[in-house]
Design a protein around this ligand. Structure first.
Ligand SMILES: [Zn+2]
Length: 252
């Protein structure tokens, strides 16, 4: 789908108004069905973060594993995780929150200095509402994070991850304009909601394979242990842990 932000907004409003007109004109069931179809369509990106219904999303890498770390930077975890990555000669993508980056620019510079990738994870991480944001707020959330990172390290991110993976119908036109790729995952341990290190790493070990994009988080009580175990897993399987080359250049 190549609709612009305005086209997508007008499409949603048009279908919504058509449903009301049909319902008020004696076609109540058809109008209601149209609204239900609209809600179901708009929820697609929420119910399935890997859905390509609204546009492309990367859910695997060509070889090795792609370690992605969301929700930083963090004053406790970031430097410790950077040291772990150095020990394993591994590279990762840090999907950082713009507000946190603005408060801790030195951590963003250090991630960049050590050769890792910094991705856009929205300005304020509206975890409960990102899926239903309108076009203007969606643009602001993504562009403001993009601007603050560019101001700190001198280059804008090339990859974006939606808060909680819940992207919405208006995200892809914004990503196209800002030359960003949407990155999902195909392996996770639910470390954002489960504080059991054993359970989290067991889930990752069960789902990870060559070509996996692994999702983990900073700013959790078990962040460092989880990263350490992912790196051990890569070592045990002789998987490289690098940033895919195609994601380091601006999207076309
Ligand atoms: Zn997040």
């Amino acid at each position: 789908m190549i609709f612009s932000l305005t086209s997508r907004f007008l499409l949603v409003i048009g279908v919504f108004i058509t449903g009301i007109v049909l319902a008020l004109s004696g076609y109540f069931l058809i109008g209601t069905l149209l609204h239900l179809l609209l809600v179901g369509f708009l929820l697609a990106g929420t119910l399935n973060p890997s859905s390509r219904l609204f546009g492309p999303v990367e859910t695997s890498c060509a070889d090795g594993i792609w370690l992605t770390l969301d929700d930083g930077p963090d004053p406790v975890d970031t430097l410790a995780i950077l040291d772990l990555l150095d020990q394993h000669q591994a590279k990762a993508t840090f999907f950082v929150i713009g507000e946190k980056a603005a408060k801790q620019p030195e951590l963003i510079r250090e991630i960049h200095r050590r050769g890792h990738q910094i991705g856009n994870h929205s300005w304020s991480h509206p975890r409960a509402t990102f899926w239903c944001l309108g076009p203007i707020r969606t643009y602001r959330e993504i562009s403001k994070c993009q601007d603050v990172i560019a101001a700190i390290i001198g280059e804008a991110p090339t990859v974006f991850r939606a808060p909680v993976g819940h992207y919405n119908f208006f995200v892809h036109p914004v990503l196209r304009q800002l030359k960003l790729r949407l990155v999902g995952w195909n392996s996770r341990g639910f470390d954002g909601v489960d504080a059991s290190h054993a359970d989290v790493t067991a889930r990752i070990r069960k789902s990870a394979r060559e070509g996996s994009i692994i999702l983990a988080h900073e700013a959790t009580p078990i962040a460092r242990e989880v990263v350490a175990d992912i790196l051990r897993l890569a070592q045990e399987n002789a998987w490289s842990c690098n940033i895919p080359a195609g994601t380091t250049t601006q999207a076309g």
